[in-house]
Ligand binder design. Sequence first.
Ligand SMILES: Nc1ncnc2c1ncn2[C@@H]1O[C@H](COP(=O)(O)OP(=O)(O)OP(=O)(O)O)[C@@H](O)[C@H]1O
Ligand SMILES: [Mg+2]
Length: 376
Amino acid sequence: MSTKRDILYVDDERSNLIVFEAIFEDDFEVHLADSAAEALVLLDEMPIPVVIADQRMPDMTGVEMFSLIRRKHPHIQRVILSGYSESDAIIDAINQGQVFQFVRKPWHRPELLTVIRRAMDAHDYALQNTRMMERLLVAEQCSLLGKATGQIAHEMGNLLNLLPLIEVIEDEYAHDERLLQLSSLARSTHERLDRLVDEMKSLIRLEPRQLELRLVSLADVVRELLSFLRFDRSIPSSLVLADLRCDPLVLGNKMKLHQVLLNLVKNAFDAIEGRPDGRIVVHLTCEAGQAFLSVADNGCGVPEEIRERIWEPFFSTKGDRGNGLGLDLVKHLVLAQHGQIECQSTVGEGTQFLISLPLVADPYVMPEANPLIAKC
Ligand SMILES: Nc1ncnc2c1ncn2[C@@H]1O[C@H](COP(=O)(O)OP(=O)(O)OP(=O)(O)O)[C@@H](O)[C@H]1O
Ligand SMILES: [Mg+2]
């Protein structure tokens, strides 16, 4: 099989075609076309890296043909052969990127050979570059997919608290054989999901996604969180208090706000571990066009030296018990809802994560004397 590379020479003069082929047939697989139309058909049929053409042809000029080739086959390198009289048109074409190089007629073998070899290299680099860009694009897409999956896995992990509900059903309907069978099915499904989420978490990282934003009552979000926590065995509900001073509306995503609070409450719960007086308070206040939602604990605090790092994905001080994904997710979700979040903490005294979100309507202010302090 021939290892020679393909080139195409286009010229309307039959004698020129014969001479060109004779001169380069030892170096290249030479294809010939005596018109632009024939050349364009040939290029559609087979990949040819370099085309050499005479500028003066009756149906269209070499430069006009190159402009068509460039549009259809951008990697093909184009060399034009021309006399002095067409210099201006050719210089324009080179400046517009239509032509790789211009070789003045009469051309000489060594010069043209060097130009064709350089054109061949330029073609190969351009092709490699495009393939690399395509691979980068695919890698970028895979990485985004992985990160999105990571977020979903993390959220699913937090929501997988169905076991207490299943137990209630089993206790209440212990006599009902069919319900017990169904609950056992629910249990095994729960276990499988739990394992799946763990596997996903170990594979992936997080990234923000476009959120659907609607008018949301922040007081409702807090109340729903408290109801949810009643069924979450991992956090004794008596430890969580809500201090709702107003009922602001923000443009947000209820489910994601729930996720934000749940992550912060779980972190707070970890922070108060081993403290008999440990407590967690969710505050909601409004001021100067902003709603402030905070989760405060009187736990161990965040040491100054890791205060910046806690937001990084996979940063955790909890060993096997933490993936270090919670705060990264929280921050992305808050920013995606046009909010801000900051951490204020004193080691040994406690930590407060303070979220501010822009208000979209005047908040209903709870009577000062009677703030809603709710225990869940
Ligand atoms: N309320 C808090 N008090 C003290 N330290 C905290 C608090 N919240 C977060 N941290 C610190 O920030 C780190 C990162 O928190 P993050 O929620 O991102 O991960 P994690 O809780 O370790 O794991 P997970 O992915 O399960 O949430 C924690 O490991 C902890 O050191
Ligand atoms: Mg966490």
